[in-house]
Design a binder for this molecule. Structure first.
Ligand SMILES: [Zn+2]
Length: 285
């Protein structure tokens, strides 16, 4: 079994273009194969895969994990599992798999699901097959080409000097509060989506948007685009559809929020809070 080092690098690529050893991550029903003793992701060599007793319906190239060609094997419904392995869903692995392998797992799950869901053309009903030179499914009658679907979303931390705006979503467990987020609608710019979502969800206007970073979020196919923004005007009011509570919190006394190790929401909060602490330090004399 191949065990990537903690400082491993994963570079997504569409086609293998050098001759190197291949390794295989395995999934079944969108759950990842894990070593039940070490809790590590299982990467099999070609030989191990051959003798594993597992049966894969398809395989997709993901990119380079260090100097290895990395593939995902989508195990068939009835496939047995290798001894001493278990399946775990990606959500339960958040914070436990290193950041550099998060992108790899996210890509593995999304490509496998895209392939499974696009076996027939939605225009003419004919069989689809993989395009020879692009990551796309092509109808055998050549009337449609389907790329893996990615749904862009905005996620925004709104602040007002010492205070940060956090909301409790109706679907969140317990007292977890997070930043505001939403899907970008057809025809919208990212900026328009941010202003609309914040106004729809909590009834305020914002200003001074600044881009922070992004995160692939495969539940099922979001790309989260993270922003900081400042309060401009309006009275805070939860929409009561998605958000049931929204409040300003002083950066020194925050409620339970997502971990910065897991999500971009946590990273946005952490970055603002540490900036505030730094600003409040007495000047060095
Ligand atoms: Zn067709």
């Amino acid at each position: 079994m191949y065990v990537p080092k903690l400082n491993c690098t994963f570079i997504p690529e569409n086609f293998p273009n050098l001759d190197s050893e291949s390794i295989y991550l395995c999934i079944k029903n969108n759950e990842l194969l894990i070593d039940s003793k070490t809790n590590n992701l299982v990467f099999l060599t070609k030989e191990e895969k051959k003798w594993s007793g597992m049966d894969a319906s398809t395989s997709h190239f993901l990119g380079m994990l260090d100097d290895k060609l990395c593939y995902v094997e989508d195990l068939s419904k009835d496939s047995a599992l290798l001894e001493n392995t278990i399946l775990q869903n990606m959500m339960s692995l958040l914070g436990r798999i290193p950041d550099n392998l998060f992108g790899l797992c996210s890509r593995a799950i999304q490509l496998s699901e895209w392939y499974r869901n696009n076996q027939y053309c939605s225009k003419c009903g004919s069989k689809m097959k993989k395009h020879p030179t692009e990551t796309a499914m092509e109808c055998e009658k050549k009337d449609s080409l389907v790329y893996p679907r990615i749904s862009p979303c905005i996620i925004v931390l709104v602040t007002k000097q010492d205070k940060i705006l956090l909301a409790h979503n109706k679907n969140f467990p317990g007292k977890l509060y997070s930043t505001l987020a939403g899907f970008i609608e057809a025809g919208e710019t990212v900026e328009e989506a941010i202003h609309r979502e914040i106004y729809e969800e909590v009834n305020i206007k914002i200003t001074n948007l600044s881009y922070f970073g992004s995160q692939s979020w495969p539940f099922p196919s979001q790309l989260m685009l993270g922003f900081h923004a400042e309060y401009l005007s309006g009275d805070l009011k939860a929409d009561n559809k998605e958000i049931d509570i929204v409040k300003w919190f002083n950066y020194r006394s925050l409620p339970e929020t997502p971990s910065a190790r897991i999500s971009i929401s946590g990273k946005l909060i952490e970055s603002y809070v540490s900036k505030m602490y730094l600003n409040k330090l007495p000047a060095f004399r």
